[in-house]
Write a protein that binds this ligand. Structure first.
Ligand SMILES: [Zn+2]
Length: 305
């Protein structure tokens, strides 16, 4: 069965990109991944996934509001949920809406593989209501910040984590999660009381309660893409909730062998006399549709002979 693949589409970011003049852009024009991106994904399998997401988005995002062309900086400045949302939309545009995946039951003693089926449209997306670059909040009395000189402050200003933060902290996450999260907080905190751009040693003075309050507030104002699979395990009968990693899943789907990609290009070039460039510019389903038509035609010819 061949999925219907569309050309460019326009989607709306649940968060939005705020440019340096403070204008918000939410309308995004995207184009499906082609053979060129498949080649990139196969050749750079060892690369950190956040930076690969940045490169794929930069290639496939044609316009964000009035911002075009879209630079790497712009893609890095997109909020985490906006990047996830764009990846979901790119998956839909490139390979269709229907997803069939395998996850593992997280319960100890089970761990059985579970098939899950869903459509991209089923994934809940929550738009942020309060759209700002900097958000202000007040810590509770118990969570108030006490500086080294004994000054007490409760006012905190932060921005939301973006793609650039993800690229920076994701290699650290595997080694030292606490350190990675501290670094993320330090990058996102704009001020604590009168202290602007607090350094790491200031972040270390925040109590666990203060950190929790800040993280909760960040979550409350951020746009959301709910990528958690929740259901009952058919093997052990217990309820589970497993995060679904759309980046690895989608890139994995496109990472067939380079051999196969080049064989498809050769086959189409041989029969249709199209150039390598033209064929590589096609998304996978389009290439495979032509290959199927060719196979049918060749079979018909064989039947006649
Ligand atoms: Zn189970």
């Amino acid at each position: 069965m061949v999925n219907k693949v569309m050309d460019n589409v326009t989607v709306f970011l649940p968060g939005g990109y705020m440019d340096c003049n403070g204008s918000l852009h939410q309308e995004v024009e995207i184009t499906p991944l082609t053979g060129r991106e498949e080649e990139l994904l196969v050749s750079q399998q060892q690369r950190e996934v956040a930076s690969l997401v940045t490169e794929v988005l930069q290639r496939c995002v044609q316009r964000i509001g009035t911002v075009s062309p879209v630079t790497k900086d712009v893609i890095c400045n997109l909020l985490v949920a906006d990047r996830q949302y764009l990846l979901l939309k790119l998956r839909e545009l490139t390979l269709g809406d229907y997803v069939r995946a395998t996850i593992c039951c997280p319960w100890p003693g089970c761990g059985k593989k579970i098939m899950v089926n869903f459509t991209i449209a089923d994934i809940p997306v929550t738009e942020s209501i309060d759209k700002n670059f900097i958000y202000r909040m007040e810590l509770s009395l118990e969570a108030a910040f006490v500086s080294k000189t004994g000054e007490i402050s409760r006012e905190v200003a932060f921005r939301l984590p973006n793609g650039g933060d993800q690229e920076l902290i994701s290699p650290l996450l595997a080694q030292n999660e606490a350190q990675a999260l501290s670094l993320l907080l330090q990058r996102c905190l704009h001020s604590i009381g009168s202290l602007e751009h607090p350094k790491q040693e200031v972040i270390d003075l925040l109590s666990p309660l203060a950190r929790m309050e800040i993280e909760q507030q960040m979550e409350a104002v951020a746009p959301k893409v709910e990528l958690t699979m929740e259901s009952k395990c058919p093997e052990c009968g217990r309820d589970y909730a497993v995060p679904f990693d759309i980046q690895h899943f989608f890139f994995g789907e496109l990472q067939t062998s380079r051999d196969l990609l080049y064989r498809e290009v050769h086959y189409l070039a041989y029969h249709y006399h199209w150039s390598e460039r033209e064929i590589m510019d096609m998304p996978r389903p389009k290439r495979r549709t032509y290959i199927e038509i060719l196979a049918e035609e060749i079979e018909k010819l064989n039947d006649v002979a």
